[in-house]
Design a protein around this ligand. Structure first.
Ligand SMILES: C[S@@+](CC[C@H](N)C(=O)[O-])C[C@H]1O[C@@H](n2cnc3c(N)ncnc32)[C@H](O)[C@@H]1O
Length: 392
């Protein structure tokens, strides 16, 4: 082989074992921060925010639709995914991993990356999506989805090739990644999956959540995890509760963050205590997320109030400015009025004097005319007399 001076040298054998686990941790952390764009302080902005304002706190909680990030689920739910994956690996819980509803694929890339970091070669990451967005609601069958508009968002439709390309960019596209393209109702019932250790549901709607539970939960190993990304959404939550009630699932639900919740599938003996405990955990999860929403509303209201106060202060400053300008204008107007009155008086005086002068002029003219005519007549009479005496 033609080795250049810069050819990479494999040094793994010389890395001390204790540092290997540290390197693994660092790789997983870096992967997570890259996939969520937290590494860049979430500086990719949001798809639906024309102002392009960056809100890293939204990225941490996965409450935005990020412009560039490879996953929308945020740091907390990525932490939860890591926890679940590492737990099933540590405890040898058998089965593959699946996410139903992958968008750009970041959460699946993360699961594959963790397998890579631990050198696990006998588990597959299943990537299930229509790759064309969400289905139109079917209210006759799933009334909870009535009026859902998520299917109208083009931003939620990411092609399979784009998702594969994302895997490729992280050098993680291989035979341990399998695509399940199509609507869940069509792909999940016949998916060639034997056993699962992680089921991550992220299809938002009642139908999508229920399809995932119906066809995948029976394949989930005891000790494995069921993660519901959209537990805070009423339709999704209802699907979870309907399914759990129908099959008497009493494993306690734990809240992850504003949106997500999960539970570990435990071979629980159903007695009154476990049922009561499940009920309490479920109520707690609902209350927690409702409380988070109320807090959010309160914060939003406080932000709006601060904004309104700012607007009020600006308006008050403008008003004060306008008052000063109004007072200045009023003073100028009063001054103008005085000058106008003075000018009017002067004008009237001038007119009066003009009239007097005109009158006087007229008088002079007529008196001159009168005395001129009398003079002429006297001259005429003298001449007439002189003419008469010379002819005699
Ligand atoms: C909120 S996004 C998923 C976010 C993703 N887990 C991530 O890490 O960013 C929802 C995804 O679910 C898919 N989806 C929802 N319901 C579906 C269904 N019934 N069948 C197939 N795909 C569905 C959509 O195409 C979309 O990609």
């Amino acid at each position: 082989m033609n080795r250049n001076s810069y050819t990479r040298i494999v040094v793994a054998a010389t890395v001390p074992v204790k540092n290997q686990s540290e390197l693994r941790e660092r790789y997983i952390e870096l992967l997570k921060r890259t996939l969520t764009m937290i590494l860049w302080d979430a500086a990719d902005g949001r798809l639906h925010d024309p102002s392009g304002a960056q809100r890293p706190e939204l990225r941490i909680e996965g409450r935005d639709w990020p412009a560039l990030s490879h996953t929308m689920i945020g740091l907390k739910r990525m932490d939860n995914l890591q926890y679940c994956v590492e737990d099933v690996l540590a405890n040898g819980v058998p089965g593959d991993f699946i996410e139903t509803g992958v968008w750009r694929g970041g959460a699946c890339v993360f699961m594959r990356g963790i397998l890579e970091a631990y050198g696990v070669t006998d588990r597959t990451v299943w990537v299930a999506d229509s790759f064309e967005g969400l289905p139109a609601p079917d209210p006759a069958k799933y009334p909870a989805d009535d009026g859902d508009i998520l299917h109208t968002y083009d931003a939620l439709a990411v092609t399979m090739e784009t998702v594969k390309e994302t895997f490729r960019r992280y050098n993680l596209l291989d035979t341990q990644v399998k695509m399940l393209p199509g609507w869940f109702k069509d792909t999940l019932p016949s998916a060639p999956i034997e056993k699962l250790a992680i089921v991550r549901l992220d299809g938002d709607m009642y139908e999508s959540t229920m399809n995932g539970l119906q066809h995948l939960y029976p394949k989930l190993s005891v000790g494995g995890y069921l993660i519901v990304d959209d537990y805070a959404l009423p339709a999704c939550r209802q699907a979870v509760h309907d399914y759990r009630d129908r099959y008497g699932i009493v494993d306690p639900i734990e809240v992850i963050d504003f949106y997500g919740a999960f539970w570990k599938k435990v071979d629980t003996v159903q007695n009154d205590d476990s049922r009561r405990y499940a009920e309490l955990s479920q109520n707690y999860a609902v209350l927690y997320q409702d409380h988070a929403r109320v807090l959010e509303c309160q914060q939003e209201a406080e932000r709006e109030l601060a904004d309104l106060r700012g607007q009020r202060d600006t308006a008050a400053t403008e008003l004060a400015d306008l008052r000063v300008r109004h007072d200045t204008a009023a003073t100028e107007l009063a001054d103008l009025r005085v000058r106008h009155d003075t000018a009017a008086t002067e004008l009237a005086d001038l007119r009066r004097r003009y009239a007097e002068h005109a009158e006087e002029l007229e008088r002079i003219r007529s008196s001159r005319a009168h005395s001129g005519a009398a003079g002429l007549s006297r001259v005429y009479q003298a001449l007439t007399r002189a003419g008469r005496s010379s002819s005699r």
